[in-house]
Structures are given as structure tokens and as C-alpha cells.
Design a protein around this ligand. Structure first.
Ligand code: XIL
Length: 374
């Protein structure tokens, strides 16, 4: 038995003794393991992103793991404008409706992702010439989509990624067509269409000081206009060995001081070489030697670093659990992760708590241990 395996079994035994394990579930690849959602039920929701196959329940092993481990979910793609609103007067609600039913059956609350984002926009929206037509698209989209899922989703990422790294506003099609007031306007429309739903602003790197300052300004603008905003989402696409713990803690405190909740909305930890930080989906990286170093397996040293980073992250989350509404992982298993295809296609990445065989990794046991000890 290698040291890593010994360590896993040891932690598992200790945790099981402490809290009692989940009984065998049919078709479950990871039966008998502790549950994240149970362990953190008094603290915050534990979420996962769901892809189309999972929403269609094509993957039984993922299905049992999802029901066992998570009480919140965010659709990875199907509620983005490109998919839910493919043409000016056509909406595709079948899969989102399925997701709502799936959530209801499994005790999973849904976070709608996302109403207004410059990326994954339908082609017709980019072709709109006049400001008036663009404004009509903008408000029809929010009213129709937020209205349909009123009382059905717990929260919405109303606006996604409106900021640049220096805290200024991104020159998106929304800024160009509607001016900087589009953010407040989106929240006003969403609040009208879906009064009981929690409304979030979501971004990556908004724990970094300059971008955070821009984010705080944006939130204050919404509040000063008398419009409701309930929370801020910090995506949490960080890098192993380089998690910005201090900035994260300062951000939790500064955002909470605005009277809103904090959610970690898309957590994963990159373990592969990357020459930039953040999660701009339009940014790509050149292929080259050494770019995909762990094709066969993740070295023990990196596995341990990943476990340690997740441990310290969840210690921080527990410390500030009164300010945190939800922690959502961006995918169920390493095999599902978008980081296998971005910013370079076809790599073998290991950013999550479950491996490609649906088995818990050392990082999973560390997260369970932190949640069991409080
Ligand atoms: C990603 C999805 O995971 C991919 O499947 C898709 O191809 C591109 O978008 N920030 C976000 C998410 O807010 O919606 C992105 O999701 C990842 C970065």
C-alpha cells in the first residue's frame, strides 16, 4: 500500500467513525463514503455543475454520486443565452425544465446560470444593429427566462463577468449597446420577473484587489439605485499551490460588509501548466512540449498539494460560514471538468474531488475532515 492510499483509508475510517457513513446506494460507484452535503448541512449548500448528459440522466454512476453528495446544482451550459434563447423569438426550455424536475426529485436547489453574459451569446444577438432592438432583446430575454423559472430556481447569476482585471468595465456588446447602466438594469428586470429569487453578480478573479474594487463599486451602484442584489459569486477557478487565501478572506469580509451573501460558484483547482490566471473562456493557450504532463496519473506530490489546498480553502469557508451561502464545484468528476478542454484541448486534468472512476480523492477526505471537526 503506498503512503497516499494508507492516508486515505486512515482518514476514511476516522471520518466514518465520527459521523456514520451513507448506506450502500444502488449503482453507486462510491458507496459507503461520507457525504459532502450532510457534512456541511449546517454551514452552506454544496453544489456541482451539471452537464447535459447528467441532466438527461444518461450516466448512472454520476447520478448516484450527485444525489449522495450535493444539495445544489448549476447548469454548466443549458441556461446560457445561446442554448436557452437560440433565436429572436424561440426559446429552448426542455432541458432547463428537466433540470428543475431533476432538482425537485433529488432535493437539489438550482442556481440559474446565467442571464447576461458576453460569452455563449446566440448569433442573432451579435447581429442586432439598433440600440432599441438590442434593448428589446435584453429585456425580453431577462423577463422571459427569469419569469419562467420564478419560484423554481433558488438564485440567478444575473450578470456574469462584466469586469476587466483592473476593475473597469469590460467592453462587451452590452456595454457598447446599452452603456454601464446595463448591470443595474439587468438586476431591476430580474427582480421584477422573479421576486423571490436570490440575485447574484458573478465573476472570476473578483477576489483580486483591483477587480474586487470594481466589483464593490458595481454592487454599490445597484444598491444606490434602490435595486435588489442578494449576493456576489466568486467563481474560484484557482491554481494548485497558488490559491490566493488572503485575498479570498479579505473579499469575503468586504463583500459581506455590503450586506450581501458570498457564494463560491465554480470551484476547481487547475493542476496543469498555464501561463495566465483566471477563466476568460475566450483566452486560449498554445500547445507545446510539457503542456499535458499527467496523462497517465497525477503524481503523489501534486495530489497531496491539491488535498492541502482544498483543506485550507474549506477551513476558510467554515471560519466565515455565516457569510457564505453556497460552495459549488465546477463539475462532478475530473473526467467531466471543462479544464480538460480549456485553455488547451484534450488535456488530462485533475481539478475536482472525484476522479475519473467516480472515486473520492484525498482532497475529498480532507474536505470531509474539515467539515466534521468543527
Ligand atoms: C464553461 C463550461 O464549463 C464549458 O462547458 C463551456 O464550453 C464554456 O463555459 N466561467 C463561467 C462558466 O461562468 O459558465 C464557464 O463554463 C467557465 C468560466
Amino acid at each position: 500500500m503506498n503512503t497516499l492510499m494508507f492516508y486515505c483509508c486512515h482518514v476514511l475510517a476516522a471520518v466514518c467513525l465520527n459521523m456514520g457513513c451513507i448506506a450502500q446506494t444502488s449503482g453507486n460507484a462510491a458507496a459507503g463514503i461520507p457525504s459532502l452535503k450532510e457534512t456541511y448541512k449546517a454551514d452552506f449548500l454544496i453544489g456541482t455543475a451539471l452537464n447535459t448528459g447528467q441532466i438527461n440522466e444518461r450516466d448512472q454512476r454520476a447520478g448516484s454520486l450527485i444525489a449522495q453528495q450535493f444539495n445544489a446544482a448549476t447548469p454548466e451550459n443549458i441556461m446560457k443565452a445561446q442554448l436557452i434563447h437560440p433565436e429572436w423569438d424561440r426559446y429552448a426550455f426542455d432541458l432547463p425544465d428537466k433540470l428543475i424536475q431533476y432538482g425537485n426529485r433529488n432535493g437539489i436547489v438550482i442556481n440559474g446560470h446565467t442571464l447576461i453574459w458576453h460569452s455563449q451569446l446566440p448569433a442573432f444577438a451579435r447581429r442586432i444593429q439598433s440600440v432599441d432592438s438590442f434593448r428589446t432583446f435584453f429585456s425580453d430575454h431577462i423577463k422571459t427566462v427569469a419569469g419562467r423559472y420564478k419560484g423554481k430556481v433558488q438564485s440567478w447569476d444575473v450578470v456574469n463577468e462584466a469586469l476587466n482585471e483592473d476593475g473597469s468595465m469590460r467592453r462587451s456588446v452590452f456595454l457598447q449597446q446599452l452603456g454601464p447602466g446595463f448591470v443595474t438594469e439587468a438586476f431591476r428586470l430580474a427582480a421584477e420577473a422573479s421576486p423571490g429569487t436570490q440575485l447574484y453578480y458573478n465573476d472570476y478573479n473578483n477576489e483580486q484587489p483591483a477587480k474586487r474594487a470594481g466589483c464593490i463599486q458595481l454592487i454599490k451602484n445597484i444598491q444606490t439605485a434602490g435595486v435588489r442584489i442578494d449576493g456576489v459569486g466568486i467563481q474560484g477557478h484557482w491554481h494548485v499551490g497558488k490559491v490566493p487565501f488572503k485575498n479570498i478572506e479579505e473579499s469575503i469580509l468586504q463583500y459581506a460588509a455590503l450586506g450581501i451573501k458570498v457564494a463560491f460558484t465554480e470551484l476547481d483547482l487547475e493542476v496543469l501548466p498555464r501561463n495566465f490566471q483566471g477563466a476568460d473562456v475566450n483566452q486560449r493557450m498554445q500547445e507545446g512540449a510539457g503542456i499535458d504532463p499527467y496523462k497517465d496519473a497525477l503524481p503523489d506530490s501534486v495530489q497531496l498539494q491539491l488535498a492541502q489546498d482544498y483543506e485550507n480553502l474549506f477551513k476558510l469557508f467554515i471560519k466565515h460560514r455565516d457569510k457564505i451561502a453556497r460552495v459549488t464545484f465546477w463539475g462532478v468528476t475530473d473526467g467531466d471538468s471543462w479544464l480538460n478542454g480549456w485553455p488547451v484541448r484534450g488535456r488530462t486534468n485533475y481539478p475536482l474531488l472525484f476522479d475519473r472512476n467516480y472515486q473520492p480523492k484525498p482532497a475529498f477526505y480532507k474536505v470531509i475532515e474539515v467539515g466534521s471537526r468543527k
